[in-house]
Design a protein around this ligand. Structure first.
Ligand code: HEC
Length: 196
């Protein structure tokens, strides 16, 4: 009996010794500051008493501005036309960038040439042509304002199209207009290219 007990105690001791040498025991992590690791987790959409109003997320303070965000305070397309200037040059790479953005965000309604015949119009409302006399007359700031704030049934594209990309899209719209309304110089250049 006693012999058996001694054997069992001995076996238990060996197991403990082996267990303490095993890799898993060696990897045991010591928490120096358990408060950070064991923070109570707030479940999304659940109330929380800590803020005093039952919400689990704090509202940003009034007038707070998100990092890298420039507030847009211009109120009318006319004002935009007066104070904004396209910072991008009419270069091939900027036009290419504008073409990409236009084909992703604008073409579906405005059509590939800006005639208002994109694939989703009807049932979607048919936009005015980007080749209209008004559009040819308006400055780049006016267009920037429409893209940023939307106009009538057209939603704002400020979330999807970043300011630099808006300017690139405007350059591309100008190129589309130039293709439909070439100057005599444009026609002469083109003829030269074709005959060469
Ligand atoms: C969901 C369809 C839709 C998309 C996408 C869209 N637009 Fe429009 N857009 C319209 C409609 C409709 C109007 C006419 C709005 C009105 O005056 O009620 C319009 C008007 C405009 C005007 C003013 C035209 C005028 O003569 O008054 C400009 C400029 C314009 N869009 C540019 C763009 C650009 C640039 C994009 C891409 C960033 C874009 N739109 C994306 C539907 C769209």
């Amino acid at each position: 009996m006693i012999g058996n007990l001694t054997k069992n105690i001995f076996a238990f001791g060996v197991i403990c010794l082996l267990a303490s040498c095993s890799k898993t025991t060696e990897k045991t992590v010591i928490q120096y500051m358990p408060h950070m690791a064991n923070t109570p987790i707030l479940k999304a959409q659940r109330g929380y008493d800590g803020l005093g109003n039952g919400a689990s997320v704090m509202m940003p303070p009034e007038n707070a501005i998100a990092r890298n965000h420039k507030p847009y305070r211009i109120e009318s397309p006319e004002e935009a036309d007066r104070v904004l200037k396209n910072p991008l040059a009419y270069t091939e790479s900027n036009l290419e960038r504008g073409r990409k953005i236009y084909n992703i965000y604008c073409m579906v309604c405005h059509g590939d040439r800006g005639h208002g015949d994109g694939p989703v119009v009807n049932p979607f409302p048919i936009p005015k042509s980007l080749q209209s006399e008004d559009m040819l007359r308006w400055g780049d700031g006016h267009l920037f304002h429409v893209i940023t704030k939307g106009q009538g049934v057209m939603p704002a594209y400020a979330q999807q199209v970043q300011p630099e990309d808006r300017w690139a899209v405007i350059l591309y719209v100008r190129a589309l207009q130039r293709a439909d309304h070439p100057t005599q110089d444009d026609v002469r250049e083109l003829k030269k290219k074709i005959t060469n």
